[in-house]
Design a protein around this ligand. Structure first.
Ligand code: PFF
Length: 440
């Protein structure tokens, strides 16, 4: 393929499944269940659903259409829009969302490394043997033992990305996503039939209305809605840049949101009833995956097979996101340096591994880095993409670009919603994130 010829998806379903893969990730399986546990149970679901459907789909349509129209990643897309207004530093602005997403890739690859390790522990039946799971996790995360797993996560992502969009990303997502849903369903059946699961189901289904009076329920749901569909101004944009003119963007965005939300719910209905059944704390927070759940598998009938399936499902969810995250700097370097895909993946893989190394060795550093990226860079990227496409470019042209190829085009009513409500709320996500030390 010549350097000028842009890759494209081979099918509509392949594109949607790749976007679903990108959206579903640690945000759904790790963050969502504990946020739900910590901020209101069933009551949390109400604002979350509302935000993800209205704002999530708007952000996705924006990024898909912006990428498709410019047939380019964020740096080039920003550059062109600002250049049309006589501003010649648009590319510098476009670097910010690309850096944000690359930053997510840096810490995400580390967590994927932990998950790969826990998958192997599950395969070896180790959860039944390790007696102090918290101490075990403490002696692993933040130590040199993680480096090899971190490297493995990056190598797997490199191997897929070097095959390209169609033969790599699309092909593997077409297998991983359906499998992920099948596994989640199997796990759901196991969890819901555990004695004592009912309390957890109630916690998820019966809202305590008073929780809706707590602004934190809304704030956390808002941040979660943005993060879980990957709104950072570059990740979905790059997938959109491989789209044909006849792809239906509103339909694809809605399908991505629906599958993404279904995965979040499935994960919550797998995890929370099991946590209740074993009398554990649903508010455990980040240790949920690495301490609470292995503890459950240890005691549960059939725990071996379910622990293997569970960690496999997270691997699928997380790797399909690392592919999307890494594609952002890979595309940017291919385009900027005019280098081949193969060279770019090696370059990005090597650089991001090097940047991540100090984070492997210190959980404190890891936390600061992840906070910096998710509190500042990603929300700033989301705001910048909205301002650039809806304000600096043109909201009417943006709507027409979204509608191109759609069976259900958006009406003019959508313009003030996207231009004012969406952009302002994206700004609010940024400000609240800074105030509360992270809401995504
Ligand atoms: N949506 C991903 C998840 O839920 O894990 C995370 C993510 C990817 C956030 C890409 C932001 C982004 F730009």
């Amino acid at each position: 393929m010549s350097v000028n010829e842009r890759e494209t998806w081979s099918s509509r379903i392949g594109f949607v499944l790749s976007c679903v893969g990108a959206a579903i990730g640690l945000g759904n399986i790790w963050l969502f269940p504990w946020r739900l546990g910590a901020y209101g149970g069933a009551a949390f679901l109400i604002p979350y659903l509302f935000f993800v459907i209205t704002l999530g789909s708007t952000g996705l349509m924006e990024e898909f259409a912006f990428g498709r129209e410019r047939k380019a990643g964020a740096i080039q897309a920003f550059k062109e829009v600002y250049a049309e207004r006589g501003i010649d530093w648009g590319d510098k602005l476009g670097v910010i969302p690309v850096l944000g997403v690359t930053g997510v890739f840096v810490f995400y690859a580390i967590v994927v490394g932990w998950i790969l390790k826990y998958f192997v522990l599950a395969l070896q039946g180790q959860f039944a043997v390790i007696d102090k799971l918290p101490a075990y996790f403490g002696s692993f995360a933040g130590t040199p033992k993680t480096i090899i797993w971190h490297l493995l996560a990056i190598i797997i992502t490199i191997l897929v990305l070097r095959l390209g969009v169609k033969d790599g990303i699309e092909r593997i997502n077409k297998v991983m996503m359906p499998t992920l849903f099948v596994i989640l369903f199997i796990l759901l059946l196991r969890s819901l039939t555990l004695p004592g699961a009912l309390e957890g189901i109630k916690f998820l289904l019966v809202p305590e209305w008073s929780k809706l009076a707590n602004p934190k329920t809304w704030i956390m749901a808002l941040g979660q809605a943005f993060f879980t569909v990957s709104l950072g101004g570059a990740a979905m944009l790059v997938y959109g840049s491989y789209l044909d003119e006849d792809a239906d963007i509103p339909a694809s965005a809605l399908q991505t949101v629906i599958f993404n939300t279904t995965a979040s719910f499935l994960a919550a209905f797998v995890i929370i009833p099991a946590v209740f059944a074993f009398g554990l704390d649903p508010k455990a927070g980040p240790p949920l995956l690495f301490i609470t759940l292995p503890n459950i598998f240890k005691q549960m009938p059939g725990g071996y097979i379910f622990s293997v399936l569970f960690f496999l499902s997270i691997i699928f969810a997380a790797l399909s996101s690392t592919m999307n995250l890494m594609e952002v700097p890979v595309e940017a370097l291919m385009q900027r340096l005019k280098i081949s895909r193969k060279k770019s993946v090696i370059l990005v893989g090597g650089l991001t591994f090097a940047v991540g190394l100090p984070l492997d060795l210190s959980m404190k550093l890891f936390g600061h880095f992840a906070d910096f990226v998710t509190i500042y860079l990603i929300p700033i990227g989301a705001v910048m993409a909205a301002v650039t496409y809806f304000w600096v470019y043109d909201i009417t042209k943006a709507r027409q670009a979204i509608n191109q190829g759609s069976d259900n085009p958006l009406g003019t009513w959508w313009e003030p919603f996207a231009k004012y409500v969406f952009t302002i709320v994206a700004g609010v996500v940024l400000i609240l994130g800074i105030i509360f030390g992270g809401i995504g």
